[in-house]
Design a protein around this ligand. Structure first.
Ligand SMILES: Cc1cc2nc3c(=O)[nH]c(=O)nc-3n(C[C@H](O)[C@H](O)[C@H](O)COP(=O)(O)OP(=O)(O)OC[C@H]3O[C@@H](n4cnc5c(N)ncnc54)[C@H](O)[C@@H]3O)c2cc1C
Length: 407
Protein backbone atom coordinates (compact mmCIF):
# COMPACT_ATOMS: atom_id res chain seq x y z
CA UNK A 1 0.00 0.00 0.00
CA UNK A 2 1.24 3.41 -0.95
CA UNK A 3 -0.74 6.30 0.46
CA UNK A 4 1.54 9.02 -0.88
CA UNK A 5 -0.63 11.51 -2.70
CA UNK A 6 -0.04 11.72 -6.44
CA UNK A 7 1.16 15.11 -7.73
CA UNK A 8 -2.29 15.66 -9.22
CA UNK A 9 -4.00 14.90 -5.90
CA UNK A 10 -1.57 17.23 -4.07
CA UNK A 11 -2.43 19.99 -6.52
CA UNK A 12 -6.17 19.46 -5.93
CA UNK A 13 -5.60 19.41 -2.19
CA UNK A 14 -3.75 22.74 -2.24
CA UNK A 15 -6.37 24.38 -4.42
CA UNK A 16 -9.25 23.00 -2.36
CA UNK A 17 -7.65 24.26 0.87
CA UNK A 18 -7.34 27.72 -0.70
CA UNK A 19 -10.98 27.63 -1.81
CA UNK A 20 -12.05 26.65 1.73
CA UNK A 21 -10.08 29.51 3.31
CA UNK A 22 -10.97 32.17 0.77
CA UNK A 23 -14.63 31.32 0.13
CA UNK A 24 -16.19 28.44 2.07
CA UNK A 25 -15.40 29.34 5.71
CA UNK A 26 -16.33 33.02 5.17
CA UNK A 27 -19.60 31.84 3.53
CA UNK A 28 -20.65 29.68 6.51
CA UNK A 29 -22.29 32.48 8.55
CA UNK A 30 -23.83 33.95 5.39
CA UNK A 31 -25.34 30.55 4.54
CA UNK A 32 -26.75 30.15 8.05
CA UNK A 33 -28.23 33.66 7.93
CA UNK A 34 -29.80 33.16 4.50
CA UNK A 35 -31.37 29.85 5.56
CA UNK A 36 -32.64 31.28 8.86
CA UNK A 37 -34.18 34.36 7.30
CA UNK A 38 -36.08 32.37 4.65
CA UNK A 39 -39.73 31.44 5.13
CA UNK A 40 -39.06 27.71 4.90
CA UNK A 41 -36.00 25.74 5.98
CA UNK A 42 -35.90 24.08 2.53
CA UNK A 43 -34.24 26.84 0.62
CA UNK A 44 -31.45 27.22 -1.86
CA UNK A 45 -29.57 30.19 -0.43
CA UNK A 46 -28.08 32.58 -3.04
CA UNK A 47 -24.60 32.19 -1.50
CA UNK A 48 -24.57 28.59 -2.76
CA UNK A 49 -24.74 29.73 -6.40
CA UNK A 50 -21.75 32.01 -5.78
CA UNK A 51 -19.79 29.16 -4.18
CA UNK A 52 -20.66 26.77 -7.00
CA UNK A 53 -19.59 29.26 -9.66
CA UNK A 54 -16.27 29.81 -7.87
CA UNK A 55 -15.68 26.05 -7.40
CA UNK A 56 -16.35 25.46 -11.11
CA UNK A 57 -14.06 28.33 -12.08
CA UNK A 58 -11.30 26.69 -10.01
CA UNK A 59 -11.93 23.24 -11.49
CA UNK A 60 -12.99 21.89 -8.06
CA UNK A 61 -16.09 20.23 -9.46
CA UNK A 62 -17.30 16.60 -9.64
CA UNK A 63 -14.04 15.46 -8.04
CA UNK A 64 -15.73 12.27 -6.79
CA UNK A 65 -16.26 10.70 -10.22
CA UNK A 66 -13.30 8.62 -11.39
CA UNK A 67 -13.91 9.47 -15.04
CA UNK A 68 -11.79 12.15 -16.78
CA UNK A 69 -14.61 12.96 -19.21
CA UNK A 70 -16.85 14.39 -16.52
CA UNK A 71 -14.42 15.73 -13.94
CA UNK A 72 -10.75 15.49 -13.01
CA UNK A 73 -10.93 11.66 -13.03
CA UNK A 74 -9.37 11.13 -9.61
CA UNK A 75 -9.12 7.64 -8.11
CA UNK A 76 -11.02 6.90 -4.89
CA UNK A 77 -7.71 7.11 -2.98
CA UNK A 78 -6.92 10.49 -4.56
CA UNK A 79 -10.41 11.80 -3.81
CA UNK A 80 -10.55 10.60 -0.17
CA UNK A 81 -8.41 13.43 1.32
CA UNK A 82 -10.46 15.96 -0.64
CA UNK A 83 -13.69 14.54 0.85
CA UNK A 84 -12.08 14.95 4.27
CA UNK A 85 -11.41 18.64 3.61
CA UNK A 86 -14.94 19.24 2.31
CA UNK A 87 -16.39 17.39 5.31
CA UNK A 88 -15.12 20.13 7.61
CA UNK A 89 -18.22 22.12 6.67
CA UNK A 90 -21.73 21.19 5.62
CA UNK A 91 -21.67 23.50 2.61
CA UNK A 92 -18.45 22.59 0.78
CA UNK A 93 -19.70 19.25 -0.66
CA UNK A 94 -22.67 20.91 -2.37
CA UNK A 95 -20.51 23.85 -3.49
CA UNK A 96 -18.21 21.39 -5.30
CA UNK A 97 -21.07 19.19 -6.61
CA UNK A 98 -19.79 16.36 -4.43
CA UNK A 99 -22.67 15.91 -1.99
CA UNK A 100 -24.70 12.87 -1.07
CA UNK A 101 -27.06 11.52 -2.24
CA UNK A 102 -26.29 13.00 -5.67
CA UNK A 103 -22.79 11.51 -5.88
CA UNK A 104 -24.15 7.98 -5.40
CA UNK A 105 -27.00 8.61 -7.82
CA UNK A 106 -24.63 10.01 -10.44
CA UNK A 107 -22.40 6.96 -10.02
CA UNK A 108 -25.41 4.68 -10.58
CA UNK A 109 -26.41 6.54 -13.74
CA UNK A 110 -22.82 6.70 -14.94
CA UNK A 111 -22.27 2.98 -14.42
CA UNK A 112 -25.70 1.49 -15.19
CA UNK A 113 -27.77 4.19 -16.97
CA UNK A 114 -28.77 3.99 -20.65
CA UNK A 115 -27.50 6.72 -23.00
CA UNK A 116 -30.93 8.36 -22.84
CA UNK A 117 -31.02 8.26 -19.02
CA UNK A 118 -27.54 9.77 -18.91
CA UNK A 119 -28.47 12.60 -21.22
CA UNK A 120 -31.76 13.33 -19.44
CA UNK A 121 -30.60 13.04 -15.78
CA UNK A 122 -26.85 12.52 -15.41
CA UNK A 123 -25.93 15.56 -17.49
CA UNK A 124 -27.92 18.14 -15.38
CA UNK A 125 -26.75 16.44 -12.16
CA UNK A 126 -23.12 16.72 -13.25
CA UNK A 127 -23.72 20.35 -14.18
CA UNK A 128 -25.16 20.99 -10.69
CA UNK A 129 -28.43 22.24 -12.19
CA UNK A 130 -30.65 19.74 -10.37
CA UNK A 131 -30.48 17.52 -7.31
CA UNK A 132 -31.81 14.03 -6.61
CA UNK A 133 -32.96 11.52 -4.00
CA UNK A 134 -32.48 7.81 -3.41
CA UNK A 135 -35.64 6.13 -2.11
CA UNK A 136 -35.08 2.71 -0.61
CA UNK A 137 -36.10 2.82 3.07
CA UNK A 138 -39.79 2.28 3.96
CA UNK A 139 -41.66 3.12 7.16
CA UNK A 140 -43.57 -0.18 7.23
CA UNK A 141 -40.65 -2.63 7.13
CA UNK A 142 -37.25 -3.03 8.78
CA UNK A 143 -35.30 -1.64 5.85
CA UNK A 144 -31.84 -2.42 7.19
CA UNK A 145 -32.66 -5.82 5.65
CA UNK A 146 -33.25 -4.58 2.10
CA UNK A 147 -34.97 -7.82 1.09
CA UNK A 148 -37.92 -6.45 3.13
CA UNK A 149 -38.34 -3.44 0.84
CA UNK A 150 -41.92 -3.85 -0.40
CA UNK A 151 -42.65 -1.05 -2.90
CA UNK A 152 -44.53 -2.65 -5.78
CA UNK A 153 -43.33 -2.00 -9.34
CA UNK A 154 -45.56 -3.67 -11.93
CA UNK A 155 -45.22 -3.64 -15.66
CA UNK A 156 -48.27 -2.44 -17.61
CA UNK A 157 -47.59 -2.31 -21.36
CA UNK A 158 -44.85 0.26 -21.97
CA UNK A 159 -45.12 1.60 -18.45
CA UNK A 160 -44.13 0.73 -14.90
CA UNK A 161 -46.65 1.35 -12.12
CA UNK A 162 -45.32 2.08 -8.62
CA UNK A 163 -47.27 1.79 -5.37
CA UNK A 164 -45.87 2.12 -1.85
CA UNK A 165 -44.46 4.47 0.75
CA UNK A 166 -40.87 5.55 1.32
CA UNK A 167 -39.29 7.65 4.01
CA UNK A 168 -35.91 9.18 4.79
CA UNK A 169 -35.42 10.01 1.12
CA UNK A 170 -32.67 12.59 1.68
CA UNK A 171 -32.43 15.51 -0.73
CA UNK A 172 -36.10 15.51 -1.77
CA UNK A 173 -36.95 18.79 -0.02
CA UNK A 174 -34.16 20.66 -1.81
CA UNK A 175 -35.81 23.19 -4.15
CA UNK A 176 -33.73 21.84 -7.04
CA UNK A 177 -34.58 18.16 -6.51
CA UNK A 178 -36.10 16.79 -9.70
CA UNK A 179 -35.45 13.05 -9.81
CA UNK A 180 -35.62 10.04 -7.50
CA UNK A 181 -34.05 6.64 -7.89
CA UNK A 182 -36.64 4.32 -6.35
CA UNK A 183 -36.02 0.74 -5.28
CA UNK A 184 -38.91 -1.72 -5.34
CA UNK A 185 -40.05 -5.22 -6.19
CA UNK A 186 -40.54 -6.07 -9.85
CA UNK A 187 -40.67 -9.83 -9.27
CA UNK A 188 -41.82 -10.90 -5.78
CA UNK A 189 -41.46 -14.58 -6.77
CA UNK A 190 -37.80 -14.41 -7.78
CA UNK A 191 -34.82 -15.30 -5.56
CA UNK A 192 -34.65 -12.87 -2.59
CA UNK A 193 -31.77 -10.93 -4.18
CA UNK A 194 -33.36 -10.76 -7.65
CA UNK A 195 -36.76 -9.33 -6.68
CA UNK A 196 -35.74 -5.68 -6.51
CA UNK A 197 -35.15 -3.18 -9.29
CA UNK A 198 -34.30 0.52 -9.49
CA UNK A 199 -36.43 2.97 -11.41
CA UNK A 200 -36.05 6.65 -12.23
CA UNK A 201 -39.08 8.63 -11.08
CA UNK A 202 -39.26 12.38 -11.79
CA UNK A 203 -40.45 14.13 -8.63
CA UNK A 204 -43.31 15.83 -10.49
CA UNK A 205 -44.85 12.56 -11.76
CA UNK A 206 -48.58 12.38 -10.91
CA UNK A 207 -49.15 10.16 -7.87
CA UNK A 208 -45.88 11.16 -6.13
CA UNK A 209 -46.85 12.97 -2.93
CA UNK A 210 -44.29 14.34 -0.50
CA UNK A 211 -46.14 13.76 2.77
CA UNK A 212 -43.73 15.47 5.16
CA UNK A 213 -40.15 16.26 6.01
CA UNK A 214 -38.47 14.30 8.82
CA UNK A 215 -36.36 16.47 11.13
CA UNK A 216 -33.12 15.09 12.56
CA UNK A 217 -32.92 15.71 16.33
CA UNK A 218 -35.15 18.72 15.66
CA UNK A 219 -32.99 20.11 12.82
CA UNK A 220 -34.69 20.71 9.48
CA UNK A 221 -31.92 20.20 6.92
CA UNK A 222 -32.32 22.43 3.84
CA UNK A 223 -32.21 19.37 1.56
CA UNK A 224 -34.51 17.49 3.97
CA UNK A 225 -35.46 13.83 4.40
CA UNK A 226 -38.88 13.16 2.93
CA UNK A 227 -41.65 10.70 3.53
CA UNK A 228 -43.22 10.06 0.13
CA UNK A 229 -46.40 8.25 -0.91
CA UNK A 230 -46.46 6.66 -4.37
CA UNK A 231 -50.00 5.98 -5.66
CA UNK A 232 -50.34 4.43 -9.13
CA UNK A 233 -47.26 6.33 -10.26
CA UNK A 234 -46.69 5.63 -13.97
CA UNK A 235 -43.32 6.03 -15.65
CA UNK A 236 -42.04 4.73 -19.00
CA UNK A 237 -40.60 1.20 -18.81
CA UNK A 238 -37.36 2.76 -20.14
CA UNK A 239 -36.97 4.41 -16.73
CA UNK A 240 -35.81 1.09 -15.31
CA UNK A 241 -32.08 1.23 -14.54
CA UNK A 242 -30.21 -1.72 -16.07
CA UNK A 243 -32.25 -4.95 -16.13
CA UNK A 244 -35.18 -6.03 -13.91
CA UNK A 245 -33.94 -7.64 -10.69
CA UNK A 246 -30.63 -5.73 -10.67
CA UNK A 247 -31.58 -3.59 -7.66
CA UNK A 248 -29.29 -5.35 -5.19
CA UNK A 249 -26.29 -5.38 -7.46
CA UNK A 250 -26.70 -1.67 -8.17
CA UNK A 251 -27.17 -0.90 -4.45
CA UNK A 252 -23.93 -2.74 -3.61
CA UNK A 253 -22.01 -0.85 -6.31
CA UNK A 254 -23.52 2.47 -5.16
CA UNK A 255 -22.60 2.03 -1.54
CA UNK A 256 -18.86 1.18 -1.77
CA UNK A 257 -17.37 4.54 -2.79
CA UNK A 258 -20.29 6.34 -1.07
CA UNK A 259 -19.28 4.94 2.32
CA UNK A 260 -15.68 5.99 1.77
CA UNK A 261 -16.88 9.52 0.99
CA UNK A 262 -19.11 9.58 4.10
CA UNK A 263 -16.26 8.34 6.29
CA UNK A 264 -13.69 10.81 4.98
CA UNK A 265 -16.14 13.68 5.44
CA UNK A 266 -16.73 12.41 8.99
CA UNK A 267 -12.98 12.48 9.65
CA UNK A 268 -12.91 16.08 8.40
CA UNK A 269 -15.72 17.02 10.78
CA UNK A 270 -13.94 15.29 13.68
CA UNK A 271 -10.66 17.07 12.89
CA UNK A 272 -12.51 20.36 13.06
CA UNK A 273 -14.13 19.36 16.36
CA UNK A 274 -10.69 18.50 17.75
CA UNK A 275 -9.33 21.90 16.68
CA UNK A 276 -12.26 23.62 18.40
CA UNK A 277 -11.77 21.45 21.50
CA UNK A 278 -8.07 22.35 21.79
CA UNK A 279 -8.67 26.07 21.22
CA UNK A 280 -11.43 26.18 23.83
CA UNK A 281 -9.46 24.15 26.36
CA UNK A 282 -6.56 26.59 26.00
CA UNK A 283 -8.79 29.66 26.21
CA UNK A 284 -10.79 28.82 29.37
CA UNK A 285 -9.44 28.76 32.90
CA UNK A 286 -10.98 27.07 35.95
CA UNK A 287 -9.62 26.80 39.49
CA UNK A 288 -6.43 28.61 38.51
CA UNK A 289 -5.45 26.57 35.46
CA UNK A 290 -6.41 26.43 31.80
CA UNK A 291 -8.82 23.58 31.06
CA UNK A 292 -6.16 22.21 28.68
CA UNK A 293 -3.86 21.59 31.68
CA UNK A 294 -6.25 19.00 33.16
CA UNK A 295 -5.09 15.45 32.66
CA UNK A 296 -8.47 14.07 31.60
CA UNK A 297 -8.77 16.74 28.89
CA UNK A 298 -5.25 15.93 27.67
CA UNK A 299 -6.24 12.28 27.62
CA UNK A 300 -9.26 13.12 25.42
CA UNK A 301 -7.07 15.17 23.07
CA UNK A 302 -4.49 12.40 22.79
CA UNK A 303 -7.13 9.72 22.28
CA UNK A 304 -8.75 11.81 19.59
CA UNK A 305 -5.47 12.16 17.71
CA UNK A 306 -4.72 8.42 18.00
CA UNK A 307 -8.20 7.36 16.90
CA UNK A 308 -8.32 9.81 14.02
CA UNK A 309 -5.00 8.55 12.66
CA UNK A 310 -6.20 4.94 12.91
CA UNK A 311 -9.54 5.76 11.31
CA UNK A 312 -7.97 7.67 8.43
CA UNK A 313 -5.53 4.86 7.63
CA UNK A 314 -8.38 2.34 7.67
CA UNK A 315 -10.38 4.46 5.22
CA UNK A 316 -7.37 5.04 2.97
CA UNK A 317 -6.66 1.31 2.92
CA UNK A 318 -10.28 0.70 1.93
CA UNK A 319 -10.10 3.34 -0.81
CA UNK A 320 -6.90 1.75 -2.09
CA UNK A 321 -8.60 -1.68 -2.15
CA UNK A 322 -11.64 -0.31 -4.00
CA UNK A 323 -9.26 1.19 -6.60
CA UNK A 324 -7.11 -1.92 -6.96
CA UNK A 325 -9.36 -4.97 -6.42
CA UNK A 326 -12.86 -3.41 -6.55
CA UNK A 327 -15.51 -2.82 -3.89
CA UNK A 328 -16.76 -6.41 -4.19
CA UNK A 329 -13.45 -7.63 -2.78
CA UNK A 330 -13.33 -5.04 -0.02
CA UNK A 331 -16.66 -5.66 1.65
CA UNK A 332 -15.24 -6.32 5.12
CA UNK A 333 -13.28 -3.07 4.96
CA UNK A 334 -16.17 -1.03 3.52
CA UNK A 335 -18.49 -2.28 6.28
CA UNK A 336 -15.68 -1.85 8.85
CA UNK A 337 -15.06 1.82 8.17
CA UNK A 338 -18.80 2.50 8.17
CA UNK A 339 -18.89 1.25 11.79
CA UNK A 340 -15.53 2.55 13.00
CA UNK A 341 -15.41 6.10 11.68
CA UNK A 342 -18.79 7.53 12.76
CA UNK A 343 -18.22 6.08 16.26
CA UNK A 344 -14.76 7.66 16.52
CA UNK A 345 -16.02 10.97 15.14
CA UNK A 346 -19.03 10.97 17.40
CA UNK A 347 -16.90 10.46 20.51
CA UNK A 348 -14.58 13.31 19.54
CA UNK A 349 -17.44 15.70 18.78
CA UNK A 350 -19.14 14.74 22.04
CA UNK A 351 -15.98 15.53 24.01
CA UNK A 352 -15.51 18.79 22.13
CA UNK A 353 -19.07 19.70 23.16
CA UNK A 354 -18.25 18.83 26.78
CA UNK A 355 -15.14 21.03 26.76
CA UNK A 356 -17.26 23.93 25.46
CA UNK A 357 -19.74 23.60 28.33
CA UNK A 358 -23.06 25.30 27.57
CA UNK A 359 -21.68 26.84 24.38
CA UNK A 360 -21.20 23.33 23.01
CA UNK A 361 -24.90 22.53 22.91
CA UNK A 362 -25.90 25.95 21.56
CA UNK A 363 -25.66 26.94 17.92
CA UNK A 364 -22.77 29.34 18.57
CA UNK A 365 -20.42 26.59 17.35
CA UNK A 366 -21.02 23.99 14.63
CA UNK A 367 -20.60 21.19 17.22
CA UNK A 368 -24.23 20.52 18.11
CA UNK A 369 -25.28 20.23 14.47
CA UNK A 370 -22.20 18.10 13.75
CA UNK A 371 -23.13 15.73 16.57
CA UNK A 372 -26.72 15.37 15.37
CA UNK A 373 -25.56 14.68 11.83
CA UNK A 374 -22.85 12.25 12.93
CA UNK A 375 -25.24 10.34 15.16
CA UNK A 376 -27.44 9.59 12.16
CA UNK A 377 -24.48 8.02 10.36
CA UNK A 378 -24.61 5.11 12.81
CA UNK A 379 -28.05 4.34 11.33
CA UNK A 380 -28.19 5.82 7.82
CA UNK A 381 -26.70 3.65 5.09
CA UNK A 382 -27.18 0.63 7.35
CA UNK A 383 -27.01 0.50 11.16
CA UNK A 384 -23.78 -0.52 12.92
CA UNK A 385 -25.26 -3.88 13.94
CA UNK A 386 -26.00 -4.91 10.36
CA UNK A 387 -22.50 -4.02 9.13
CA UNK A 388 -21.00 -5.96 12.02
CA UNK A 389 -23.21 -8.92 11.18
CA UNK A 390 -21.96 -8.87 7.59
CA UNK A 391 -18.31 -8.58 8.72
CA UNK A 392 -18.72 -11.49 11.14
CA UNK A 393 -20.39 -13.65 8.47
CA UNK A 394 -17.59 -13.02 6.00
CA UNK A 395 -14.90 -13.48 8.63
CA UNK A 396 -16.39 -16.83 9.64
CA UNK A 397 -16.61 -17.93 6.00
CA UNK A 398 -13.02 -16.87 5.45
CA UNK A 399 -11.84 -18.74 8.55
CA UNK A 400 -13.75 -21.84 7.44
CA UNK A 401 -12.34 -21.61 3.92
CA UNK A 402 -15.81 -21.24 2.37
CA UNK A 403 -16.58 -19.40 -0.92
CA UNK A 404 -17.99 -15.85 -0.90
CA UNK A 405 -21.51 -15.63 -2.39
CA UNK A 406 -22.01 -13.26 -5.37
CA UNK A 407 -24.38 -10.85 -3.52
C1 LIG B 1 -30.48 11.15 8.38
C2 LIG B 1 -30.85 9.92 7.62
C3 LIG B 1 -30.76 9.94 6.23
C4 LIG B 1 -31.17 8.82 5.50
N1 LIG B 1 -31.14 8.89 4.12
C5 LIG B 1 -31.68 7.87 3.40
C6 LIG B 1 -31.82 7.98 1.98
O1 LIG B 1 -31.45 8.98 1.37
N2 LIG B 1 -32.43 6.95 1.32
C7 LIG B 1 -32.88 5.84 1.96
O2 LIG B 1 -33.41 4.95 1.29
N3 LIG B 1 -32.73 5.70 3.31
C8 LIG B 1 -32.16 6.69 4.04
N4 LIG B 1 -32.07 6.59 5.41
C9 LIG B 1 -32.60 5.41 6.08
C10 LIG B 1 -31.56 4.49 6.65
O3 LIG B 1 -30.75 3.93 5.65
C11 LIG B 1 -32.33 3.44 7.48
O4 LIG B 1 -32.92 4.13 8.58
C12 LIG B 1 -31.44 2.32 7.95
O5 LIG B 1 -31.01 1.52 6.88
C13 LIG B 1 -32.16 1.42 8.98
O6 LIG B 1 -33.38 0.99 8.52
P1 LIG B 1 -34.66 1.18 9.45
O7 LIG B 1 -34.76 2.60 9.86
O8 LIG B 1 -35.83 0.57 8.76
O9 LIG B 1 -34.32 0.39 10.78
P2 LIG B 1 -34.65 -1.13 11.09
O10 LIG B 1 -34.30 -1.98 9.93
O11 LIG B 1 -36.04 -1.21 11.62
O12 LIG B 1 -33.60 -1.45 12.25
C14 LIG B 1 -33.74 -0.84 13.53
C15 LIG B 1 -32.61 -1.29 14.44
O13 LIG B 1 -32.66 -2.69 14.64
C16 LIG B 1 -31.36 -3.17 14.92
N5 LIG B 1 -31.04 -4.25 14.00
C17 LIG B 1 -31.46 -4.41 12.72
N6 LIG B 1 -30.94 -5.53 12.20
C18 LIG B 1 -30.15 -6.08 13.14
C19 LIG B 1 -29.32 -7.23 13.21
N7 LIG B 1 -29.21 -8.04 12.16
N8 LIG B 1 -28.66 -7.49 14.35
C20 LIG B 1 -28.78 -6.66 15.42
N9 LIG B 1 -29.54 -5.56 15.42
C21 LIG B 1 -30.22 -5.27 14.30
C22 LIG B 1 -30.40 -2.00 14.72
O14 LIG B 1 -30.06 -1.44 15.96
C23 LIG B 1 -31.22 -1.02 13.90
O15 LIG B 1 -30.81 0.32 14.07
C24 LIG B 1 -31.62 7.67 6.17
C25 LIG B 1 -31.69 7.65 7.57
C26 LIG B 1 -31.32 8.76 8.29
C27 LIG B 1 -31.43 8.72 9.79
Amino acid sequence: MDFELSDRAKDFRERLLEFMDEHVYPAEPVHIEQVRSAETPHVYPPIMDELKAEAQRRGLWNMFLPDPEHGPGLSVLEYAPLAEIMGRTTIAPEACNCSAPDTGNMEVLYEFGSEEQKERWLRPLLDGEIRSGFAMTEPDVASSDATNVGMSIERDGDELVLNGRKWWTSGTMHPNCRILIVMGKTDPDAHAYAQQSMVLVPLDTPGVEVVRNLPVFGYDDPEGHAEIEFTDVRVAADNLIAQPGAGFLIAQARLGPGRIHHCMRAIGAAERALELMCARADARETFGKPVSARSNIRDWIAEARIELEMARLFVLKTAWLVDTVGGKNARIEVAGIKVAVPNVALKIIDRAIQVHGGAGVSDDTPLAFMWAHMRTLRIADGPDEVHKLSIARRELRRQRGEEEPLV
